[in-house]
Design a protein around this ligand. Structure first.
Ligand code: PAF
Length: 293
């Protein structure tokens, strides 16, 4: 019979992870996994709460994965606050925190990478070389090490969610991906660990991003090119000038339509740089004005 772990266990290497996992009674417990890079916020907590509410043995991983950073400076400046994260996770009664170290995850001469070759080439993938290969490689490693039944991801990183769902399907992985809506601050800014890097002034600017995306529904046109041009102009007027991409795509297959088809879920995807802080977001277009184009 497996032990019932009441306190949060912290595993810092594969051996102690495997030891803890062996003690879980898998007949009685489903494993819910929340992979993170730390610097936790309410968006992560939403994923954790969902897993806890479903009564899963909840595991949170904290690992800043160097493979998914295409830029050394970006990796170096990525925020980290392990101590506060641990306190927060204990408070939320997470069962197990896994904080592996880089030398064990990617030992010397490591040379195996996963590569999804369709959805990874667009949006963030087009601008961040090998980013999704890095994400899928670490995520698959965590899946193999932990063997979760359910894995929770936020819709803020919608492309990541689509790609991870695709690898789960293509590789017949025996787990279910649960997508959780984006958590926003009171002004609509999508919560992200990177928001910690914004100055007060730039935080105000970042908050305007979502406010602008929401305006697409007032544009009275279903012509995608037209909407994009209008949105870009509006962002630039507000002072968000460094737009990496702004695209409209259908959620199901990430294809770009010429016109918005309200029968299909369509999203605006955006990546901007605000004083070197890269922010992404996406917005589901609910209803465009009734005027036909
Ligand atoms: O979304 C993230 O924080 C990361 O991409 C993930 C899924 C933890 C992989 O490093």
């Amino acid at each position: 019979m497996g032990i019932y772990i009441v306190q949060t266990v912290i595993a810092r290497n594969f051996k102690s992870l495997s030891h803890t996992l062996k003690n879980i009674d898998l007949k009685k417990n489903k494993i819910g996994l929340v992979p993170t890079m730390g610097c936790l916020h309410d968006g992560h907590l939403e994923l954790i709460k969902k897993s806890k509410k479903l009564n899963y043995f909840t595991i949170v991983t904290i690992f800043i994965n160097p493979l998914q950073f295409n830029n050394k400076a970006d990796l170096k400046s990525y925020p980290s606050k392990e101590k506060t994260d641990i306190i927060l996770l204990k408070k939320n009664k997470v069962n197990l925190i896994f904080i592996p170290n880089i030398a064990e995850v990617y030992p010397k001469n490591y040379s195996t990478y996963l590569y999804e070759s369709s959805f990874s080439k667009i949006l963030c993938g087009k601008h961040r070389k090998n980013h999704f290969s890095g994400v899928t490689t670490i995520v698959l490693k965590l899946f193999l090490l932990i063997k979760p039944n359910f894995v929770f991801f936020g819709e803020k990183d919608f492309q990541q969610l689509v790609i991870i769902s695709k690898i789960v399907k293509d590789l017949n992985l025996d787990l279910k991906i649960i997508k959780v809506p984006t958590v926003r601050d009171e002004y609509g800014l999508a919560l992200s660990s990177r928001n910690n890097l914004l100055s007060k002034k730039n935080l105000l600017l970042a908050r305007k991003l979502y406010q602008s995306l929401k305006k697409v529904e007032e544009y009275k046109t279903k012509d995608v090119k037209h909407i994009i041009n209008k949105l870009k102009t509006s962002l630039k007027k507000l002072g968000i000038t460094n737009i990496e991409y702004l695209e409209i795509r259908e959620s199901i297959n990430l294809k770009t339509p010429r016109y918005i088809d309200e029968k299909k879920e369509t999203r605006v995807f955006v990546a901007v740089n605000i004083n070197k802080v890269r922010l992404i977001d996406n917005y589901v277009i609910k209803k465009i004005s009734p005027r036909k184009v």
